[in-house]
Design a binder for this molecule. Structure first.
Ligand code: MBD
Ligand code: FE
Length: 282
């Protein structure tokens, strides 16, 4: 439902692969012993053998999968595929040892080093940015209730067509991204636009798999955030919109009830909503 050229799988996939490689240092290396590597690789292979045996997977099916795996790599869709279909389970494991604000997956479209913005701010956007105005405000606090001044709300979202800057053509670098710094009371108020649902590129191997299985390629409209403050554990999360399409069937399985916003609609047609964040000690 858009006239804008959609980002091709090769375009957004390659960009997401580059972004992931560039962020390797930030994430740090996994320290995995030989014992654990043996266990994880063996159990993963055993899970695959189990499917092959019980489903009696054929040679043509095996060769089709081989070609598909090669395609995913060539187009650069591994970050997209893994964040859509695997990251939610990794995040659930991480969440077991996390208190404070509920997290969810980061996804493939975070870019570090965006513009730092004051507590009350408008995100960088085009003069004719499409979409309903949204004022997203809140407070960052520690678990004990202390407000956290100078905390960072690192924010990114798709535009009203569902496209992310840095990954889609025709969207300026830095559009609808920014690092908002909280005021002396830990508060912030971000003026932006309501994003649209996001569609997995349909012209790449991930889209082909989804179509082959008869699934749909949609994520509900969402805002992405990382919230961090000195001495506290960073939280990565997303916020969704009550009543929005695909909320109950997110292709990335990353919605959680406590992350659904119900913005108020004002007389001028704009929306306003407040959400507070609580960070646990590091
Ligand atoms: C997205 O916008 C996203 O947030 C995730 C998790 C996967 C694909 C696209
Ligand atoms: Fe997203």
């Amino acid at each position: 439902s858009t006239t804008q050229e959609s980002p091709t799988a090769a375009g957004s996939g390659a960009n997401a692969s580059d972004a992931f490689r560039a962020s390797a240092a930030r994430r740090g290396a996994a320290e995995t012993t030989q014992e654990r590597a043996d266990r994880l690789f063996r159990r993963t292979l055993e899970a695959i053998y189990e499917v092959i045996r019980t489903e009696e997977v054929s040679y043509p099916e095996f060769q089709a999968v081989k070609r598909w795996l090669m395609d995913v790599g060539e187009v650069g869709e591994w970050p997209l595929f893994l964040d859509v279909f695997v990251e939610h389970e990794i995040e659930k494991v991480a969440a077991k040892s996390q208190r404070g604000t509920t997290g969810t997956i980061e996804g493939p479209y975070y870019l570090p080093g965006q513009q730092r913005l004051p507590a009350v701010t408008t995100l960088p956007m085009r003069p004719d940015e499409k979409g309903d105005k949204l004022v997203f405000s809140g407070q960052v606090r520690a678990l004990d209730g202390r407000s956290l001044a100078g905390a960072e709300v690192d924010f990114w979202q798709a535009d009203a067509d569902g496209y992310y800057s840095g990954f889609a053509p025709n969207v300026a670098a830095g559009n609808l991204r920014g690092v908002v710094v909280t005021d002396q009371d830990g508060r912030f108020a971000i003026t932006t636009i309501k994003p649209a649902p996001y569609q997995i590129p349909t012209d790449g191997p991930t889209g082909a798999m989804i179509a082959a299985a008869g699934w749909h390629p949609w994520r509900p409209a969402h805002l992405h955030l990382m919230v961090r403050a000195d001495g506290h554990r960073q939280v990565t999360t997303q916020l969704y919109f009550d009543g929005g399409d695909w909320l109950d069937s997110d292709v990335a399985s990353a919605t959680k009830d406590e992350l659904v916003l119900a913005p108020d609609r004002r007389d001028d047609g704009s929306y306003a909503v407040s959400y507070d964040f609580e960070l646990e000690p590091a």
